[in-house]
Design a protein. Structure first.
Length: 268
């Protein structure tokens, strides 16, 4: 990859050995260029503003400013893509609240690290393509004005509203779950129980709150206490004249409430 297309990356950690380890891992990726490193919060803020990296590998607990404070010192146009790299799991939920791309818990495996970097590269390339499209439309608009030919204004790319990964506390650890893996979700008082990959995870969030963060094109509320991933529906079954049952790919059967049956009318 040429230098202009490389993913410009900044490494931020107060431990020199940790920074060296991250640099060595990044050195094996030809798509990544390390543009600097910082050992404390103020230095990180300065380097982000000077270097304008695409990606920052950011520790949480550091002298003077922690990782979250570093980001709070940056303006809206200065915040790069972020992967948090830390030994503390208690900040995971907050990290995803500010739309971090990933949260790596030390010690992590090399394949877990490269998986996170791969997702970051894909996201950064999408952002670059969107920015390029906006610039091209701007140039065409200016040209059209000079030539007297109206050119439609570019349509801004919509912000990414729907959550793609959930950070779930589970028996003293944090499990990172892609929403595509979810089969169905059940209400459990002030919690929800998320079923994915043959396991059930108890997650502290209300049904209503989680539903508002999930893409409605992919997740369907079928009952006041149940949401299903529509891609996991294997069949619909009528039981009697009024009851409708959803059968998921894993064999789970869930009853559809009468108030939600109209969602399936076009499928029957």
């Amino acid at each position: 990859m040429n230098a202009a297309a490389a993913i410009r990356t900044l490494v931020v950690d107060d431990e020199p050995l940790a920074r060296e380890g991250l640099r060595l891992l990044l050195a094996t990726d030809p798509d990544v260029s390390v543009v600097g490193e910082a050992g404390n919060g103020p230095e990180a803020v300065r380097l982000i503003r000077e270097q304008r990296p695409d990606l920052v590998l950011l520790d949480v607990q550091m002298p003077e400013l922690n990782g979250f404070e570093v980001l709070s010192h940056l303006g809206p146009g200065e915040v790069p893509a972020v992967i948090f790299v830390t030994a503390y799991d208690r900040y995971a939920l907050r990290a995803f609240d500010i739309h971090a791309l990933d949260y790596l818990l030390k010690p992590f495996r090399d394949d877990r690290f490269h998986d996170a970097i791969g997702r970051a590269k894909a996201q950064i390339r999408l952002t670059r393509m969107s920015d390029l499209s906006q610039r091209l439309m701007s140039v065409l608009s200016t040209y059209g004005e000079r030539e007297g030919t109206p050119v439609p204004a570019p349509t801004p790319a919509p912000p990414e509203r729907w959550v793609r990964r959930l950070a779930i506390r589970d028996s003293g650890r944090v499990v990172f779950l892609d929403v595509d893996e979810i089969e169905y979700i059940e209400a459990a008082d002030y919690y929800v129980q998320i079923h994915a990959g043959g396991k059930a995870y108890l997650h502290r969030e209300t049904m209503q709150g989680l539903e508002a963060r999930l893409d409605p094109e992919r997740f369907m509320r079928i009952h006041r206490s149940a949401i299903v991933n529509s891609s996991r529906i294997r069949e619909l079954r009528s039981e009697g004249r009024r009851d409708l049952v959803v059968v998921l790919t894993g064999g789970t059967e869930l009853r559809v409430a009468r108030s939600h049956r109209e969602k399936f009318q076009h499928l029957r």
